[in-house]
Write a protein that binds this ligand. Structure first.
Ligand code: ADP
Ligand code: MG
Length: 363
């Protein structure tokens, strides 16, 4: 099912005493989620991810704008009539019910013509449980399950009605690191198998990058960029997006462009074709550094971390915003850990220039 958000806005009135400033949690969102795809809705805490998801589910009503599932305008439909499956961070299972009863619950609440026979309900519950591989735990209570298993039950419960859209709000945040990895692979597999159009909300860029067909990066209720994860990583539209994606983070230098050359401090480090003379932010991906004896960018070496395939060179530079520059180079390089200075050349396609005021990309 294709989903369309059209000029979707949600404002919350200001709260508390004193001058009240309203919050625009979702600000004129326009985008289309292609049928059968998994979209990662990504941004820092408070940027409006949950609000956007709740608008899709119907738990919140927009201030203005429309939502379409396929060609159907669902903006005024209550949640139970939208055919959405919801999964939250805290699994929200019924503690006194078994796994089987928890999964059956949405089916037992179907009314009228939608009502199913007991046999069909049991069959569908088992099918959903198999999909998330908890069919061996059907008679247990939630308290007898691990966090990962509980979240699988929650996912099975969201899937049992075969929703038109699956909405997941930070579903992995309560799991430990290993389970988080495993469960995100599971979600990907289930989504591919069921082909249900899915919106996956997370503040974790790595999670969004690894699981999504497309990511939507938000900040302060405003969409910054939409694209395939690799596209957004390779061509960030502004400094915020460049900084938000990637581990270790991008290295941001105060630089300046003069005569189509990029300068960091006094060093002429790279060509900057087509960019007008101006002060800039020059952001360099960790993999954008080339270790070079006579390289133009001189940094103070503070450490060398060898990690098998790669070496991380840790350094500082007075014009770098990051407390430590992290440059990732191949382990085939030799780095003298005792040296005071390390010199780099830069890979042009791994360096992005942004204007100093708004942080917009300079091309
Ligand atoms: P996220 O899920 O990205 O962390 P939210 O959608 O929960 O962000 O919140 C977006 C903004 O809206 C935040 O500034 C938050 O404080 C505000 N907000 C969220 N829910 C409400 C509400 N019910 N009333 C007032 N403000 C809210
Ligand atoms: Mg949230």
């Amino acid at each position: 099912m294709k989903v369309t958000l059209q000029n979707l806005t949600k404002k919350y009135p200001g709260r508390g005493k004193g001058p009240k400033t309203e919050v625009i949690a979702a600000n004129d969102l326009n985008f289309e989620i292609p049928d059968g795809k998994l979209i990662g809705l990504l941004g820092p805490s408070g940027c409006g991810k949950s609000t956007t998801l709740n608008l899709l589910s119907g738990l919140q009503t927009p201030t203005s704008g429309r939502i379409f599932f396929g060609d159907e305008d669902v903006t005024d439909l209550p949640p139970q009539e939208r055919g959405v499956g919801l999964v939250f961070q805290n699994y929200a299972l019924y503690p006194h019910l078994t796994v089987r009863q928890n999964i059956l619950f949405p089916l037992q609440n179907l009314k009228g013509a939608a009502r199913l026979s007991k046999e069909v309900m049991e069959e569908k519950a088992l099918e959903a449980a198999r999909l998330v591989q908890i069919d061996g735990l059907m008679e247990r209570k939630p308290a007898e399950l691990s966090g990962g298993q509980q979240q699988r039950v929650a996912i099975a419960r969201a899937l049992v009605k075969m929703p038109r859209i699956l909405l997941l709000d930070e579903p992995l945040s309560n799991l430990d690191a290993r389970l988080r990895l495993q469960t995100r692979e599971e979600i990907r597999r289930i989504q591919r198998e069921t082909k249900i159009t899915t919106v996956f909300v997370t503040h974790d860029q790595e999670e969004a990058m690894s699981i999504s067909d497309q990511i939507v990066v938000m900040k302060d209720g405003v969409i910054q960029q939409i694209g395939r994860p690799q596209e957004v990583y390779d061509e960030p539209i502004n400094l915020f997006v460049a900084k938000f994606l990637g581990t270790p983070p991008i290295n941001v230098f105060m630089g300046r462009v003069k005569n189509q050359r990029l300068y960091i401090g006094d060093a002429d480090v790279l060509e900057a074709p087509g960019v007008a003379d101006q002060p800039v932010w020059a952001a360099v991906r960790p993999e954008g550094f080339i270790l070079e004896k006579d390289g133009p960018l001189a940094c103070a070496l503070t450490g060398v971390e060898v990690m098998g395939r790669d070496i991380t060179v840790v350094a500082t530079h007075p014009d770098c915003e990051n407390t430590a520059i992290r440059a990732i180079i191949s382990a085939e390089n030799q780095v003298d850990a005792g040296a005071h200075t390390v010199r780099f050349a830069l890979k042009p396609h791994k360096v992005f220039l942004f204007d100093r005021d708004a942080g917009a990309r300079l091309l």
